[in-house]
Design a protein around this ligand. Sequence first.
Ligand SMILES: NC(=O)c1ccc[n+]([C@@H]2O[C@H](COP(=O)([O-])OP(=O)(O)OC[C@H]3O[C@@H](n4cnc5c(N)ncnc54)[C@H](O)[C@@H]3O)[C@@H](O)[C@H]2O)c1
Length: 371
Amino acid sequence: MKIGCPKEIKPQEFRVGMTPNAAREAISHGHEVYMEKNAGTGAGFADADYTAVGAKILDTAAEVFAKADMIVKVKEPQAVERKMLREGQILFTYLHLAPDPDQTHDLIKSGATCIAYETVTDRNGGLPLLAPMSEVAGRLAPQVGAWTLQKANGGRGVLLGGVPGVSPAKVLVIGGGVVGTHAAKIAAGMGADVTVLDRSIPRLRYLDDVFGGTFKNAYANEGNTIELARQADMIIGAVLIPGAAAPKLISKAQLKELKPGAALVDVAIDQGGCFETSKATTHQDPIYEVDGIMHYCVANMPGAVARTSTLALGNATMPFMLALADKGWKKACADDVHLLNGLNVHAGKLTYAAVGQALNLPTVNAADVLK
Ligand SMILES: NC(=O)c1ccc[n+]([C@@H]2O[C@H](COP(=O)([O-])OP(=O)(O)OC[C@H]3O[C@@H](n4cnc5c(N)ncnc54)[C@H](O)[C@@H]3O)[C@@H](O)[C@H]2O)c1
């Protein structure tokens, strides 16, 4: 199969869909890999890193789209990229179609077979191509929160780990899933006094069994949330209710009860945010203040560490990319229901029910298009 990887064109996106190591494995499986010139630069991969493993470099995205049987990307295709898709071509990338009718209509019109990273599943009910980005955002959260807490940035002027004779900062993590667990591990590793809140008792049991000595946990009712928030130097928002907007767990009125200069890091901002006063920010201008409380609400946190994120995403996507290339999309999806769950659009038809419901469009059963 001819696999093409264009340079990402969404603003502030520095990741790339294929690492040189992914290209190497695809080539060793007998496939051809075509990279757009400078596609990997933002993630620290030079064109020479790709040619060294046998990939070919093309000057423009148009050439990559024209050549490839399968396009492997990171972000959803932008309007200009969607025009270059064609019938029978495979697109393997994040799509996030439910809130995006324009993209959905364009992909249906293209006739391409579009497999979305974010709906591929695993046998534990998880989302294996979303989890690496949650791991990155979670591990980054205490790091950016620690910076936000510095005096020059408007914070309380508190060092996360304290020093001998001075107590460490108190960090409250709301939501103990992938983001929250990784955030808590790193904050505890930096020496902070960490508590994680969650509404799922099985999850609290897991956190207690595995991390009982590293950080504390508590049930996320309103009373516990505000009591722990009042004591916290940093609060990390990491909740998720799948398919729904994030619940608002700290109101504007409650900001007055927090410590002046406390840092709120709202990782759940991509689902609307879990603090009432959260609004999405960018890496250029990441923080702002409301009622004396500093807010960090960057919607694409993994972009800050594009190289780590690219490598983590590449590890997770590679087995699926190889299956699609080795077997063709139909057999790969027939052999693996979890990859089939990623199928969102095929040959002019929507194949993912939740997207159809969100956009009021007809869908066909993904399994039926395999027949
Ligand atoms: N900003 C970014 O760059 C970025 C990157 C990755 C993920 N995210 C977002 O981070 C959020 C968390 O993602 P995740 O992968 O950890 O999800 P997850 O499903 O692994 O974990 C979410 C946790 O929240 C808990 N929860 C739900 N409602 C709660 C409530 N009211 N109080 C306390 N806990 C509650 C759930 O029980 C679950 O354990 C999501 O909104 C995700 O989209 C953002």
